[in-house]
Design a protein around this ligand. Sequence first.
Ligand SMILES: Nc1nc2c(c(=O)[nH]1)N[C@H]1C(S)=C(S)[C@@H](COP(=O)(O)OP(=O)(O)OC[C@H]3O[C@@H](n4cnc5c(=O)[nH]c(N)nc54)[C@H](O)[C@@H]3O)O[C@H]1N2
Ligand SMILES: Nc1nc2c(c(=O)[nH]1)N[C@H]1C(S)=C(S)[C@@H](COP(=O)(O)OP(=O)(O)OC[C@H]3O[C@@H](n4cnc5c(=O)[nH]c(N)nc54)[C@H](O)[C@@H]3O)O[C@H]1N2
Ligand SMILES: [Mo]
Length: 795
Amino acid sequence: MGSGCRDGSTRAEWTIDTNEAAGAPAGPGGSGTRDPGTEKTHSAHWGVFRARYDGARLRVRPHPGDPDPSPVLDNVPAAVGHPARVAAPAVRRGWWERGPGRDPARGRDDYLTVSWDAVLDRLAEETRRVRSTYGDAAVYGGSYGWASAGRFHHAQGQLHRFLAVTGGYTRSVNTYSGGAAEVLLPQVLGTFDAVTRYAVTWEQVAAHTDTVLAFGGMALKNSAIAAGGVSRHVERGAMRAARDRGAVFVLVSPLRPDLPEELDATWLPIRPGTDVALMLALMHTVVAEGREDAEFLATHCDGWEQLRDHLFAAPVKDAGWAAAITGIDASTIRELAWRIAYGRTLVTVAQSLQRAEHGEQPVWGGTALAAVLGQIGLPGGGFNYGLGSLGHYGRTRNAVPVPTFSRAPNPVGSFIPVARVADMLLDPGGTYVYDGAERTYPHVRMAWWAGGNPFHHHQDLRRLRRAVAELDTLVVHDPMWTATARHADVVLPSTMTIERDDIGATSSDPLVVAMKQLVPPHGEARDDYEILADLAGRLGHGEQFTEGRTAHDWLVHMYDRTRKALADRGLDAPDFEEFWERGELELPQRPDDGGVLARFRADPQGSPLPTPSGKVQVGSATIAGHGLADHPGHPAWLEPTEAPDERHPFWLVSNQPATRLHSQLDFGAHSAAAKRSGREVVRIHPADAGGIGVVDGDVVRIHNDRGACLAAVRLSDDIRPGVVQLPTGAWWDPRPDPERPGHGDDGLCVHGNPNVLTRDRGTSALAQGCSGQLCAVAVSRYPHDPPEVGVHAAP
Ligand SMILES: Nc1nc2c(c(=O)[nH]1)N[C@H]1C(S)=C(S)[C@@H](COP(=O)(O)OP(=O)(O)OC[C@H]3O[C@@H](n4cnc5c(=O)[nH]c(N)nc54)[C@H](O)[C@@H]3O)O[C@H]1N2
Ligand SMILES: Nc1nc2c(c(=O)[nH]1)N[C@H]1C(S)=C(S)[C@@H](COP(=O)(O)OP(=O)(O)OC[C@H]3O[C@@H](n4cnc5c(=O)[nH]c(N)nc54)[C@H](O)[C@@H]3O)O[C@H]1N2
Ligand SMILES: [Mo]
């Protein structure tokens, strides 16, 4: 067994006793005499695995070919029969008894159990009412979220198809992950996929890179995760190989664990939100010493004059200027500039940097820095946005298409940038600017969520609660009683991935996985596909939705595209039955040729970039032309409008949790083991803890004007003083705040969900991305008996 833990410790034992680990009642007769079950393959966003079910317990182990499996896998067994599962369709009492309409009771009401027929009849009637009274754009089907890894039972894909064939819906664009980069990158460098998945590969890093300058790091906890599954976690091995060859890693981050300890990286504990100042100073220093690649800037870049003027205009963006902003010594900055100007240098920018106010800037700054060094398009050099943030980045492309589920065209054009959902609900008809255009929020009456958890992913959760109160109807499909389900009018229990057959595959991983049903569905849970097929039938669109196929027929149909492509190349192309029997199929991959950036470097005229000028745009006339006050036409350091002050002296970093994927399986063994008395842990530097009079293990109240939460203190030298870190994903458990009477019944999250504190504000008027990573908070010892966390049970 490899060492799967972030701290590098070795895990000897992977098989977890499901129910005991989760504190759930043990299944009937968990004795050693029962049939151990057959081992089957399955896949999750955190890796491909094998599992056995003996009728009571699920035992999992990673795929034997995975060199560095993720311990997040240990969370899976607890899902079987867990009390947080939704067992039967449920409706909110107020909605069921009084009908649809605005209702501040959402999130506070109780639930009735009803039959599938009764709930689907009522839901079909409500869908018809909303569509005929307010039009199809009044249905919001943005339904953002990660759901599960299978290609067919992908909840969002199923829901979008259902809503499209039944009339259309207001959709969402972009993601919470990379909202700012998704709009910026095509303007300045290339398409999002081209510069994340298929530019600088891990093999190139292992073989060629001399210096890795990682803004926000490349934490192994993050690359453990890849949408649609990942069969081999190669990141640790590649970084280790580079280090063994003599490569130097420089980590720019408030948290030391953002690069693996074994790399002996140089740690520059930067003040959060200031990276672009450091990038500008590095460029300034390189240029001042005449070490920029003037030829590359002349032949391959656009906008350099503007950016150079900015670097040298008052205040001059030199190392001294940046030191005051970033908290990193001027001499360290000058030394770093010297180092990166020699040899092969790779600049990476983690997704986190752009999940903040003005988040577009560090992505642009990283691009420009790599351009000044002249390294874009070289093996192991230049810029790879997001490398290490997700397991699919820095990979090569399959040579044949993987199975995918068919989309249906949405007849409605209405959309919002995904993270503007609360703004839309609170301000129908209101205007906002996005990507250079003024737009209007539609008046949405019905929102439908499958496979996502907005009361996990959105910022300022108490504001989101006020926003969903405005709806006529909120429908949620989820296997779990998440905070979102607890706000829904209609809660439809969906199966989870281990309860159905599916196919796991993505275009940047060679393994196609036969994801076999491992356990029977929980209670009355049904597949999203079945639920939506029944509803489509009630609305007169059954045939359009199903195309006459069962779920199994769809798997065969989807697989056939891959089989044909393999057969066309004269390769091993097993039919569906044989693939299913084998459990997996390895696809051929394209060569590691550096992708579009390498082709552009070799021939900038013949292989232009998809940017407006066809070049790397270190400045942009298009963006300057938008005339946005919060987004100039070149990378710039812009002061954030929220930063620590006397009342709220700390930066809160709310990053991705090491022990789970977002809110998923928060009750699982690995996630639970990292908490203290069931409460999420906040990391604080000992010097800060001394200042506020708290010690390791204390329960603190973290608060600002938006809300408050409790968390258990863990002291750590691995964090920059002045910064505290609380991961996302603890399920929202709102109670009244005894420290702030009159702040409502939801003033305090007793579990430790940072999104009660974060700010619901777009990154800028360019991209309107999520800015949830950073906010300013105060921290104090909680002077009362901390209440028990109670959110991992049915309401
Ligand atoms: N403060 C702060 N907030 C953040 C971030 C941050 O850095 N800081 N990061 C943001 C980012 S990058 C992201 S991507 C989002 C993630 O936000 P989400 O993707 O919304 O989070 P998940 O917990 O993965 O939610 C998936 C939901 O789908 C459900 N589910 C799983 N399988 C199925 C299925 O088959 N059918 C149905 N119907 N449901 C299923 C799960 O139970 C779970 O409730 O969070 C964002 N929020
Ligand atoms: N285990 C696990 N892995 C995950 C996920 C998960 O939920 N769990 N989610 C996946 C998803 S959906 C996504 S989009 C990716 C997200 O990938 P990222 O956004 O890169 O991940 P984060 O952990 O939020 O942030 C990475 C690090 O950036 C640092 N950081 C924060 N602010 C700043 C800053 O201003 N400057 C600098 N230099 N550093 C800063 C923090 O120390 C943090 O640990 O992660 C993926 N990987
Ligand atoms: Mo994400």
